[in-house]
Design a protein around this ligand. Structure first.
Ligand SMILES: [Zn+2]
Length: 85
């Protein structure tokens, strides 16, 4: 079992310890706290959903809208060639 210094008080604690026996800090062996981990998880989720939303929007813009235009907008007839006298 490796011992690491508590990130709060520096007391040697086990890496798997849930709380520091010296000062009571949570996850003393971890470099980041649970709150920070939750914040990072939230940020990753935010980026993931934004990317998904962006990809979905890009797909609709490039695929669905031109496809819909083909049905809505009829092709314009060719203008007649200029008459020569
Ligand atoms: Zn501590």
């Amino acid at each position: 079992m490796p011992l690491v210094p508590c990130r709060a008080c520096g007391h040697q604690v086990d890496t798997t310890a849930l709380a520091c026996p010296q000062c009571g800090a949570t996850d003393p062996g971890k470099k980041i706290s649970r709150q920070q981990r939750n914040a990072i998880f939230f940020a990753v989720q935010l980026v993931f959903w934004l990317a998904l939303l962006g990809l979905g929007g890009w797909y609709v813009w490039n695929t669905a809208i031109p496809l819909a235009r083909q049905y809505i907008v009829k092709p314009q007839p060719e203008p007649p060639p200029a008459q020569r006298p």
